[in-house]
Design a protein around this ligand. Sequence first.
Ligand SMILES: Cc1ncc(COP(=O)(O)O)c(C=O)c1O
Length: 417
Amino acid sequence: MVTKGKGSGMPTTRSETLAKQLKSVIPWGSSTCSKAAKLTPDEPGVIVRGKGCRVWDADGREYIDYRNSLGPVTLGYCYPATDQAIRAQLDNGIIFGHPHPLEGDVAELLCEVIPCAERARFLKTGGEAIAACFRVARYHTGRDHIVQIGYNGWVNSLAGGGRTLPGQLAESTPAGIPVALSSLHHSMPWNAKDAIADLFAACGDQIAALAVASDYKTADLGKDFYPFLREITEQHGTVLIFDEIVTGFRLAVGGVQEYWGVTPDLAVFAKGVANGMPLSVYLGKAEIMEKLDKAIVSSTYGGETLSLASAKACINTYLNEGVIPHLWSRGKRLSDGLNRLFRNHSVPMIACGMDCAPYIDCLPEAPAALRERFARACYRNGVSFYNVAYINFSHQDADIDETLERVETGLREIASA
Ligand SMILES: Cc1ncc(COP(=O)(O)O)c(C=O)c1O
């Protein structure tokens, strides 16, 4: 039994003590802003272990996990096929002074399964892979301006009013960004067709690239929005880049481009590619990618073999084990179940968006404190949600049903508080 330190300000759990230590030496208390625990002692301050779809904190409390490292763990923690591939490669070395054959194997596999991919290349994070696309697009077009829809990683959070984090907008020029650089980046809202058409009408001949990451709540609008973006970028000679960092290997193996049948010029994949190992991919038309001969992008760790071994095993699992239908059907079971609970308990919340990544939100009439109360109640009962519920291949029907039972207990606690 874990004693809660509520009210005393003194940490009473090991998890809280460790979270306090993190805060004392690391700004935000975490190297990833969205991972820092804000709701201790209900929220785990640290996670020390994961298996399948469950994680454990430093006090041994178990959570059915839908954060999944904020997306990358798509097959599950300690998934046998990827872990075995990593272990086998570890015995032969991690990284070398020349390319390893795995680099070619994984690039070839990606060119087979991603519609826009004729050439592929590797980096470590999603943000830097998008930055690589911007560089090559600028060189390819001889233009400087970039349009961004959605969050494309911290290195690219340059536009005034743009996203500095997935759920956070900069008011003006983001802190730490030179105004001259910021003025080349334009942030546009999801599905804002008229505003985007106006921008292209005003300065389309200066726009090198438009990068778009799907909205979660209204992802279905992509059906018309992606074709619109394809058409307008084609008209103006702008490179169209799909940020598939969340959508790739989730909506479909080939991401939104396969799902909506719209082929961009370049695309970036990261979170879904290697079941949690740090690997990002930028890929696309050979005509543009070959211009990397002059628009230089190079990083020591791009061809690191443990991540590539995991990616090869992971992509083959997607292709052979029916992962994508599993993510959709288990996500639907969760989404339907949550909406039933919200209705039955008169809680003004909703699970919406695509079933493969349900978005959990408060309705407009909800009291301001409901989001936090719900999150705390879920943590207390052993469910770890993010605003997007990242279903993985290890979530089985029984795990979803147990999640719903735990959430229902949490909703009863909220009602009786
Ligand atoms: C849609 C999207 N694009 C880009 C990024 C940045 O990826 P990374 O954190 O690997 O740099 C993220 C990360 O959350 C993301 O969700």
